[in-house]
Design a protein around this ligand. Structure first.
Ligand code: CAA
Length: 242
């Protein structure tokens, strides 16, 4: 397991190009490391992340959003195959909210605030937010967030299904690590397949994703054999990721 902590507290962990690339580079390394079975992603108590670094914008303007390294970094996060558990405290705004949306399990502190305030700077959540939000919380709520730029608190985020648990903010990282430890016990290949299958439900028509789910179920793995054997023999399984 690997914990990634966003660490630009002076800028509320705004995702500068450098910070975003660092996250992506770390995930690239983690994806090749068999010891890393699950990632915990967090910020600090004030902010998970306040989104794209607005102060970088005047320098680079619109081309910043088309910058290849920025787009590659987002793609890397989006395509990361191992589970990511986010522990969100404080602000998760704009790109910070979009980053949380890319995590597989999100838990948050009572002080968390989610929002897409881009409209206030005449922009919109263009790193996946306009597409993922309505799929996750429905059109009316997504429109409310994107068109008003108003933030929602932890309780509302939980009721709307953006997060699965709300805890006192001091407990979120430990809880995320606990969830990650549970996940890390399981077969890496089974986790990858399970994650891919759930994500398919957002990108493919139901008949196609059901058929792909069926095909993946028929893909026998050594780990699956081992899981069954261990159950019958009443022992802990030893998974090898094949
Ligand atoms: N980019 C750059 N710097 C940021 C930042 C951001 N997104 N968010 C906060 N900061 C900086 C502030 O400028 C301030 O720096 P200084 O001390 O040098 O003045 C420092 O972080 C602390 O911020 P505040 O004093 O404002 O702290 P606060 O606790 O009162 O408020 C906040 C925190 C609500 C997050 C507020 O800073 C804020 O509204 N930030 C902007 C959030 C935002 O609009 N995010 C969307 C960005 S756009 C995007 O993600 C994608 C896109 O456009 C496509």
């Amino acid at each position: 397991m690997l914990q990634i902590t966003l660490n630009r507290p002076h800028a509320r962990n705004a995702l500068s190009k450098t910070l975003l690339s660092e996250v992506a580079d770390t995930l690239n390394i983690a994806s090749e490391d068999p010891e890393v079975r699950c990632i915990v992603l967090t910020g600090d108590n004030e902010a998970f992340s306040a989104g794209a670094d607005i102060k970088e914008m005047p320098e680079e303007g619109i081309p910043m959003f088309a910058d290849a390294s920025r787009l590659t970094a987002w793609k890397t996060i989006e395509q990361f195959r191992k589970p990511i558990v986010a522990a969100v405290n404080g602000y998760a705004l704009g790109g910070g909210c979009e980053l949380a949306l890319l995590c597989d399990i999100v838990i948050c502190g009572e002080n968390a605030q989610f929002g897409t305030p881009e409209i206030k700077i005449a922009a919109f959540p263009g790193d996946g937010g306009t597409q993922r939000l309505p799929r996750l919380i429905g059109k009316a709520r997504a429109m409310y967030m994107v068109l008003t730029g108003e933030r929602i608190n932890a309780e509302v985020a939980c009721n709307w299904g953006l997060v699965s648990e709300v805890l006192p903010s001091g407990e979120t990282v430990n809880r995320a690590l606990e969830i990650a430890e549970t996940i890390a016990e399981y077969s890496p290949i089974a986790l990858e397949m399970a994650k891919a299958e759930i994500l398919m439900s957002f990108s493919k028509p139901l008949d196609e994703s059901l058929s792909l789910e069926r095909q993946m179920l028929l893909w026998q793995t050594e780990d699956h054999d081992e899981g069954i054997k261990a159950f019958v023999e009443k022992r802990q399984p030893r998974y090898i990721g094949r």
